[in-house]
Ligand binder design. Structure first.
Ligand code: 9D3
Length: 255
């Protein structure tokens, strides 16, 4: 897998991607990263990349031409590296909200190459989007200052789904959302922290009790915090029973 990012802040993307799981995977050659600065593709002596919006209004809009030339350079480099197909994704507040399903699809293509376009200012000239962009993705219903952090989030989510990136203990298979439920609570040493004990069952050594307790916590938390996740999911007999037990325990704790 190869990912090329078009950004006015290439150092931000390059630096951040070298930490943690994505950084280790880069070192191991499990994916490749390159960044392209549209400023390097500007044609005037001021290296202009933005201008005022037609029709007026606040802020600036990124010029189509430097972006287009940067994307062309990224695609050419991908082709030279042996990638036959590529997809161009614009990180945009107006894009489709990112989901685990979409991440898994983007990660599944065996020899995929992506060009991610991260914008700054108020946005980018729509003619660039219409001509060059295959897909627009948002990371949530909140505003951040540019597409770089969203691009890094997309990269991180894709790379951790790639074969061989996570070790067994990190395995993405059991991740929250994958199973359609929120994660259970976690505990480590000490057994008593400022008077707060670890739940008994986790010290019991009864693996099936522990599995049931964790599943019950996941179900209960999902109902409390993200009820819509449960509505889109059928419960097994065991799950229904555990969810009812979670409700009873919560009531007992109130008394
Ligand atoms: C009032 C118009 N604003 C749109 C909500 C202008 C605007 C604000 C922030 C335009 C671009 C940005 C920068 N944000 C992104 O590039 C971005 C983003 C986001 O802000 N939220 C969620 N997902 C994303 S993906 C890229």
């Amino acid at each position: 897998m190869r990912i090329d990012v078009v950004t006015l802040f290439p150092e931000l993307v390059d630096h951040a991607a070298r930490f943690g799981v994505t950084g280790r995977a880069l070192e191991r050659g499990l994916w490749q990263l390159a960044t392209w600065n549209p400023r390097d593709f500007a044609t005037d002596s001021y290296r202009t990349v933005d201008d005022r919006p037609y029709g007026g209004g606040p802020g600036m809009v990124m010029l189509a031409e430097p972006l287009s030339r940067a994307v062309a350079a990224a695609r050419a480099a991908q082709r030279d590296a042996g990638y036959a197909t590529t997809r161009t994704i614009h990180l945009s507040p107006s894009g489709a909200p990112l989901t685990h399903r979409r991440v898994a699809e983007l990660a599944a293509a065996p020899a995929a190459a992506y060009v991610l376009v991260a914008g700054r200012y108020e946005g980018i000239d729509e003619r660039f989007v219409a001509r060059e962009v295959d897909e627009e993705i948002a990371i949530g219903d909140f505003v951040v200052s540019g597409g770089e952090l969203p691009a890094l989030m997309l990269i991180d989510a894709i790379v951790r789904q790639r074969p061989g990136v996570l070790n067994d203990t990190e395995s993405a298979v059991q991740d929250s959302f994958v199973a359609g439920l929120l994660d259970c609570p976690h505990y480590t040493r000490p057994e008593r922290y400022e008077g707060d004990a670890v739940p008994e069952v986790l010290l019991s050594g009864h693996h099936d009790d522990i599995r049931r307790w964790r599943l019950m916590q996941s179900l209960g938390r999902t109902r409390e915090r993200r009820p819509a996740l449960l509505e889109g999911r059928a419960l097994t007999k065991e799950e229904s029973a555990l969810l009812a037990a979670y409700g009873r325990e919560a009531q007992e704790q109130q008394q």
